[in-house]
Design a protein around this ligand. Structure first.
Ligand code: ATP
Length: 425
């Protein structure tokens, strides 16, 4: 029976809870034992410290009677969410030694069941926590992480995060044989454990509001972030039109202009700045002003300019919202305001597609883990032309890094064609 754990890592995004929900439910239906790892890779490294947990008598399982989740309170430790975890009604085997009644303090790898992930569709962010883990970047940290997983008997992990998190997943899997050999040779695990855990199964799902991963059309959280921006533009719109003002909106996207571009399309923006495609004209100020002036002349009462946070000109000089405001005020005499949307883009209730995509991908992720062999690569679950796909995780990360490199090299045509192979001038 496969013991499968899911974790969320890196920046949070809407839909991460739906990933956990889909993976837990699918895995239970397919006969696995399910776990969550709290606080991303940091939780793997911290593991379960028996010393601080309070043992409680084992609970009776009654398969016929619907029971509540076993409620275990979090505590005041700032690193610990006040979450309640337990084994759900569909936990059929009745033999689990679920740590019912133990405090979650010091427990990062937690057995969960069906009930535990009920209602997780509607909350934004990630209920199991996420973190950026310095320790996991080190060999020692990963050795401890491997030990913690083996102690819990876990054979498979699903990681939902951005390109950094997926790189970490690949590093961990590639290193796994070495890690377990070292744990066995130093007697931290038995020879039986070594044999039973000779390989680690890993799968990646992309949780990122920026839609910045190559080899997939859409990342989990990007549609919700786009909705938030679109709503913000709508809200600004009425004021802009009433007062005939200009608004400069800064949106997220360090290396990827997807949010800015699509927000511009859905909000009817006058000018958009994205990292992959700096303005043609150099300097660009005249070009922007000419466009906006033309729109004004044909009767537009408002102006919306969208600036991705990573936007720059052809020389990689950053283009900041405040500077764009100055240009619009001084050259066109427009009453201009800047709105930086910041974290309002990240949070909140996931839109429908950020529930559907993680659900479909969660099912595929569990299948990928069940079918994994030592010879198959670690897969990233993607979506291409409306079909859920499996692509080798490292190829996707490599291609994503190539886009960033092309931008740094000022090869913007390459950056655009890597983003979209059908891109033409
Ligand atoms: P975002 O897109 O929001 O930045 P991300 O997943 O790319 O998300 P990172 O901070 O790059 O976020 O990575 C998350 C975590 O993954 C890191 O804190 C680290 O623990 C782990 N990680 C990243 N790269 C590696 C690596 N090369 N080796 C081991 N672990 C890594």
């Amino acid at each position: 029976k496969l013991r499968l754990a899911v974790l969320t890592s890196g920046g949070d995004s809407a839909g991460m809870n739906a990933v956990v929900r889909a993976i837990v439910k699918t895995a239970i239906l397919k006969g696995c034992e399910t776990y969550v790892v709290r606080e991303g890779y940091e939780g793997l490294v911290r593991g379960n410290s028996e010393a601080v947990s309070v043992a409680s008598p084992p609970r009776e399982h009654n398969h016929h009677q619907r029971k509540e989740s076993l409620l275990v309170e979090g505590d005041a430790d700032s690193f610990v969410h006040n979450l309640r975890f337990g084994d759900g009604e569909l936990l059929r085997d009745g033999t689990s030694d679920h740590p019912a009644g133990r405090t979650l303090k010091g427990r990062y790898i937690v057995r969960v069941g069906w009930d535990d992930v009920r209602g997780w569709f509607t909350s934004g962010g990630t209920l199991i926590g996420t973190a950026r883990s310095v320790a996991f970047r080190t060999y020692e940290g990963r050795l401890t992480a491997a030990h913690n997983l083996i102690k819990e008997g876990i054979d498979a992990i699903a990681v939902c995060g951005g390109d950094g998190s997926l790189t970490g997943a690949d590093v961990f899997r590639a290193e796994w044989p070495k890690l377990v050999a070292e744990l066995a040779s130093t007697s931290r695990i038995t020879e039986e454990q070594h044999k039973a855990h000779a390989h680690l199964r890993i799968v990646g799902l992309v949780g990122s509001i920026d839609n910045d991963m190559s080899m997939t059309d859409l990342t989990i959280g990007a549609p919700t972030a786009l909705h938030r921006i679109c709503e913000a533009i709508d809200n600004i719109d009425s004021t802009a039109s009433s007062h005939s003002r200009a608004f400069v909106l800064e949106v997220m996207g360090r290396h990827c202009g997807w949010l800015a571009l699509l927000a511009g399309v859905s909000g009817g923006a006058d000018f958009i700045f994205i990292p992959e495609r700096p303005p043609e004209a150099d300097p660009w100020e005249d070009e922007m002003c000419r466009n906006i002036q033309r729109h004004r002349e044909i009767g537009k009462r408002k102006t919306i300019v969208i600036v991705a946070e990573g936007a720059h000109d052809k020389h990689l000089t950053p283009i900041r919202a405040d500077y764009v405001k100055e240009v619009l005020s001084e050259r066109l005499g427009l009453d201009t305001r800047v709105t930086t949307l910041g974290h309002t883009q990240r949070g909140g209730r996931p839109c429908a597609f950020d529930r559907i995509l993680p659900t479909l991908q969660g099912v595929e992720a569990v299948d990928a883990l069940l079918e994994a062999t030592p010879d198959t690569p670690s897969y990233m679950i993607g979506i291409a032309e409306n079909k859920i796909t499996r692509v080798p995780l490292m190829e996707a990360v490599k291609m994503t890094n190539e886009v960033t490199q092309a931008i740094k090299d000022k090869d913007f045509d390459k950056a655009m064609s890597l983003r979209d192979p059908e891109f033409r001038e």
